[in-house]
Design a protein around this ligand. Structure first.
Ligand code: URA
Length: 204
């Protein structure tokens, strides 16, 4: 097997790391999923975004944040003056967790066991990218990075010093913005954009 998770931290490059990920068997999510959705972006990107897990469309495309939540994220990044190509975008968990319902696949939150199983991959990405600022999108991402349960409303919008010296910021997940009804939606989206601007201001 090409994937000994204990050795992923020694991967010499993102390309090498990415090539090993599809062989990971540390949890059961690989089996029903179509694709391993690995992070995207360059080593040395100063800004890193961590989401929860790929959704239906990401699982089909093999790329993070290309579905509805990804499009909203893209719109908000534009509004905050951040070029997605300059950032590294990844997820806490690299496979889509779902329950089939007829022809549809319904998203199911990853459990702590999936987040923990995938942690070496995220750690290796952080090690190779070495971002200055790491934005955690939602509770699963925050749990993955901080290693403890996080209440977004309590910890968002403030700098959190991370173990590697980078600065972390916790904010909502864009899929939350898709679900929340108006008029809260507009207000929450504005708050999210403000958080993105704050994160960008820390890399300057
Ligand atoms: N939601 C996530 O957290 N990540 C994706 O890649 C897509 C949707």
């Amino acid at each position: 097997l090409n994937c000994d998770v204990t050795s992923v931290l020694e991967a010499p490059s993102l390309a090498d790391l990415r090539s090993r990920a599809p062989d990971c068997r540390e949890c059961a999510l690989w089996k029903p999923a179509n694709r391993t959705v690995f992070g995207e972006g360059k080593a040395g990107a100063r800004l890193m975004f961590v989401g929860e897990q790929p959704g239906d469309q990401e699982d089909l495309a093999g790329r993070p944040f290309v579905g509805p939540a990804g499009q909203l994220l893209g719109h908000c990044l534009d509004a905050a003056g951040i070029a997605r190509e300059d950032a590294y975008v990844t997820n806490a968990v690299k496979h889509f967790r779902f329950v089939p319902r007829g022809p549809r696949r319904i998203h199911e939150k990853p459990g702590a066991e999936h987040i923990d199983a995938c942690a070496p991959w995220l750690a290796a990405e952080r090690h190779l990218v070495q971002p200055k600022v790491l934005v955690m999108l939602g509770a699963s991402a925050a749990q993955a990075v901080l290693g403890r349960p996080v209440t977004i409303s309590r910890e968002r919008s403030q700098p959190i010093m991370l173990d590697d010296g980078s600065r972390g910021l916790v904010t909502t997940h864009p899929s939350y913005l898709l679900r929340v009804p108006e008029p809260a939606k507009a207000r929450e989206t504005e708050r999210f954009i403000e958080d993105l601007k704050l994160a960008a201001s820390w890399i300057a």
